[in-house]
Design a protein around this ligand. Structure first.
Ligand code: AMP
Length: 497
């Protein structure tokens, strides 16, 4: 049995019948694959969506990654496509009949992987295309013909323009993680892609939340959809223990070490708000003896996949990541999530901590809150409807004081503590620190010239543009995440469409 989001599952069981896959009368090749993957009973989103999609209805589904939504759309869609299945080698006999659009490469890769597994006993062909990879192998695969195409919007448009992908026989389109696609600024790309599709089709839209922009998107492109909401939107899993510690600047790394030690944590995700902060923090933690890797938008595809694999295999303990890079990662059993930076967007808080506490396992979400984060914390409180109490962090006398090992510039202004500065009293848990002991693996190096250099994004090989992050950059706008679009801009794009 693989991981599922227990919060969503438990909220639903009261009004959602628990159904076994065996009751669904899936075609034998699909049923066999699903059984081999260990799926026995359907998750709530599957129990609700599969029958609706089998009827050919449009669906607007509120469900997050981890709820089993890939199978919820992929299995019925594949069942309906089986009538086209054939073994001909002619590409003309394998036109694209289902298109699945996702915001990130990792997510596309994951969904394509699941589809391959569900379809392994069928003759349906599937492929995935995303940016940051050579177009040639993707082109070859497309030219041979595929029934199910999984894609990120930018790269799909490249293939459409190069006439590698023809979409005039598409019967199903899935807009997965639609809220994220809008956040990233993919709306114009989506509008273009949708304009290439036949009007007569089934459209399935999945989104973690139904924001006004998502509702507008649904109104424009879905016909009489069935709304399926399996999770109270913005709910956090009841199995996740959440802590909000008052910690400033460089104390955060020290606090991270403290919590890792106190909780005996083996692995965790550490979220930061910027690529710059991500690279630097990972570097610092590595130097402090923690096996760390960074996952952000400037990493090449190969580097990202390597980072993921290293984390999955346990080679790496801490995965320091940005929201966009981490969205939808299907990594099981992450015991803890640290918000080293409080997210700019409260909804990202829900997504971030959704990585832990899955499948009924106890999870831990640790937030380091500095004084300037008060508004962001208030936003989270409003969204998750849980009263947030700030806690002081208790530093252990035996914990080595890593703050003495060099300052990292995370892009935020830190206050310099003057002797007698009364602000220190706001952190009552602080106690004097004693010399290092040995809980870390490697000796600590004191200085790294990396931190005195300005941030330089890596030079990517030709053709490897982190396009989905680049697309989100809005020159001239300071102080807000480049992934946040103003409502006015999004609304204007809808009108333009
Ligand atoms: P998803 O939300 O589609 O990313 O799925 C999250 C994880 O749950 C994946 O590892 C799936 O393979 C797994 N999964 C999906 N449906 C089921 C099911 N009915 N029973 C067990 N595992 C499932």
């Amino acid at each position: 049995m693989t991981e599922l989001n227990s919060a969503n599952a438990s909220e639903l069981t009261s009004d959602t019948p628990i159904m076994a896959f065996a009751q669904l009368q899936l075609a034998a090749p699909l049923a066999r694959a699903v059984a081999e993957m260990g799926y026995e009973s359907m998750t709530p989103i599957q129990a609700q969506a599969i029958p609706v999609v089998l009827q050919g209805r449009d669906v607007m589904g509120a469900a997050q990654t981890g709820t089993g939504k890939t199978a919820a759309f992929a299995l019925p869609l594949m069942q309906r496509l089986l009538k086209h299945e054939n073994t001909s080698t002619s590409p003309a006999r394998h036109p694209v009949r289902a298109l699945v659009l996702l915001p990130t490469r990792e997510l596309a890769d994951q969904v394509a992987d699941n589809i391959k597994q569900y379809g392994k006993y069928t003759n349906l062909r599937s492929a995935v295309v995303f940016g940051g990879m050579d177009m040639k192998p993707q082109t070859l695969e497309l030219k041979q013909g595929v029934e199910i195409l999984v894609a990120t919007p930018g790269r799909l448009l490249d293939h459409i323009e190069a006439k590698n992908a023809v979409l005039n026989q598409v019967e199903y389109v899935v807009l997965d993680e639609a809220d994220r696609m809008l956040d990233i600024g993919f709306l114009p790309d989506l509008q273009r892609i949708l304009s290439y599709l036949p009007k007569q089709r089934t459209t399935l839209l999945f989104s973690a939340t139904f924001s006004p922009e998502i509702k507008r998107l649904a109104n424009s492109y879905l016909q009489n959809p069935v709304t399926i909401e399996v999770a109270r939107s913005n709910a956090t899993a009841s199995t996740v223990e959440q802590h909000f510690y008052s910690v400033e600047g460089d104390d955060k790394r020290h606090a991270l070490h403290q919590v890792l030690k106190d909780r005996g944590l083996k692995q965790a995700f550490v979220f930061v708000n910027s690529k710059l902060g991500c690279a630097r923090l990972a570097r610092s933690l590595e130097h402090e003896g923690l096996k760390t890797t960074a996952l952000h938008g400037d990493k090449s595809q190969e580097e990202r996949l390597k980072a993921l694999e290293a984390f999955k295999s346990g080679e790496v303990d801490l995965l320091v990541c940005t929201d966009v890079a981490a969205r939808g990662l299907d990594i099981k059993d992450v015991p803890a999530v640290f918000n080293f930076d409080v997210p700019f967007n409260a909804e990202d808080y829900v997504h971030r901590i959704g990585r832990t506490g899955r499948a009924g396992a106890a999870g831990l979400a640790v937030n380091f809150v500095s004084k300037s984060d008060a508004r962001l914390v208030a936003d989270i409180e409003k969204l998750i409807k849980i009263k947030i109490e700030l806690e002081p962090i208790e530093f252990d006398e035996n914990l080595p004081d890593i703050r003495k090992q060099g300052h990292i510039n995370t892009g935020r202004r830190l206050y310099q503590q003057e002797p007698g500065d009364s602000r220190r009293e706001e952190f009552p848990g602080r106690v004097p620190r004693a010399p290092r002991n040995d809980y870390r693996r490697e000796p600590v190096k004191s200085q790294d010239p990396f931190f005195s250099k300005p941030y330089e994004p890596p030079v990517l090989p030709a053709g490897e543009v982190p396009s989905w992050e680049a697309a989100a950059v809005r020159p001239g706008v300071r102080g807000i995440s480049s992934n946040i679009k103003t409502k006015r801009k999004v609304a204007a794009l809808f009108k333009a469409g």
